[in-house]
Design a protein around this ligand. Structure first.
Ligand SMILES: [Ca+2]
Length: 372
């Protein structure tokens, strides 16, 4: 009897030990899993990550994004036990990326979250715009544009965007410079570009990070890459007059835009992988422009810079956003001492090919100069 009791006790103890071990394994982060995302940078320590999270506390939206960006991929990757199936709407895109060398647990976790998220919008809106430009006559506006007769003391030609070139906005540009002194000092010292010009550009792009877009770059770029069949965007094609007659033209444009979007998607995934950023939580413009300066993903490898030397390029932090804009302008020719206004306007149009855009930034930077 005693022997039986001892045996039962032993079995019971063993069960408890096994249960505890299993629980510990489950709760402990798996080192290999955490490091699944390859990085072009050296491995980051936890204190590095803490520092990144603690930066720029004045930008609440950015701060939130950063926290998600840094923590979420690890959590997602740990949970991935997923294989794409042939009936998935993303099957072809997933395999195209895989053939191009972009695959892994991080990519799996993003595709897992893309299921059911296909959007007609990015391709539909682009096709509607191209179609209207090519086949529909513009009806003249019933109300002619009101001519802006406010005094122009800037010496910068009009037209400007409405309500951008104001004393109040110039003060916001000055405040942004003062809040990011180190980054703007680097803009002036290393790149020899005026802080006021870069601050005005970032104001026009995103109101200094207050408006970073309301779309998901991952959903929109993946959806646009995936939109190659006429039937995929019925919400838009059914509203275009004679769309059926122009089906071949629409298909050709869809193919062109799908290929363009695929390159942007690839660049987005590689950027996020290299910098431990989760694209699922990022905001962007409808076509995936990112961060303070609204960089397209394919521009990032050429022009984006780690502005605060923390080892990652996070375009959602002011320092990296500011220096990256300066680097873009510098590499597009704003690299001579005392450039003329004509030179500045020419380079600003490389950022966005619109005279109104360039004039607005130039005029706002002149007003900002006066707030010194
Ligand atoms: Ca950085």
């Amino acid at each position: 009897m005693k022997a039986i009791l001892v045996k039962i006790s032993l079995v019971f103890i063993c069960l408890i030990v096994v249960a505890c071990t299993a629980k510990t394994e489950k709760n402990e982060p798996k080192k290999n899993d955490i490091q699944t995302q390859p990085s072009i940078k050296d491995e980051k320590t936890s204190s590095d990550l803490e520092n990144i999270k603690n930066q720029n506390t004045e930008e609440s939206l950015t701060e939130q994004s950063q926290e998600k960006e840094i923590l979420a991929p690890t959590q997602n990757i740990e949970q991935v036990k997923w294989t794409i199936t042939e009936d998935s709407e993303w099957y072809d895109l997933y395999n195209r990326l895989k053939e191009d060398g972009i695959y892994g647990d991080d990519i799996d976790s993003y595709f897992m979250q893309l299921e059911g998220q296909f959007s007609q919008k990015p391709m539909g809106i682009k096709i509607r715009e191209l179609y209207n430009n090519s086949f529909r006559k513009r009806t003249p506006s019933k109300t002619p544009p009101v001519k802006d007769t406010s005094p122009n003391t800037t010496g910068v030609p009009r037209p400007w965007y409405k309500d951008y070139v104001t004393e109040a906005n110039a003060q916001k540009c000055r405040d942004f410079i003062n809040e990011n002194k180190e980054a703007f000092a680097r803009v002036e010292e290393k790149y020899k570009i005026s802080a006021e010009l870069v601050s005005a550009l970032i104001y026009v792009e995103t109101k200094h990070g207050d408006y970073l877009g309301e779309h998901s770059p991952l959903i929109n770029l993946a959806s646009m890459s995936n939109s190659t069949r006429f039937e995929q965007i019925p919400n838009y094609t059914t509203k275009l007059p004679r769309a059926q007659e122009k089906k071949q033209w629409i298909l050709t444009k869809m193919k062109e835009k799908s290929d363009w979007s695929y390159k942007e998607l690839e660049a987005l995934l590689l950027y996020c992988r290299a910098n431990d950023i989760n694209p699922v939580t990022l905001p962007s413009s409808i076509y995936g422009a990112l961060g303070f300066g609204q960089f397209m993903p394919t521009n990032i490898p050429h022009y984006a810079v780690d502005g605060n030397d923390d080892g990652i390029i996070n375009l959602f932090t002011p320092a990296d956003g500011i220096i990256s804009v300066a680097n873009f302008l510098y590499k597009h020719g704003l690299n001579t001492a005392n450039p003329t206004m004509a030179q500045k306007l020419k380079v600003l149009k490389r950022y966005n090919y619109s005279s109104t855009y360039a004039n607005t930034i130039m005029a706002l930077s002149v007003l900002t100069d006066r707030t010194k």
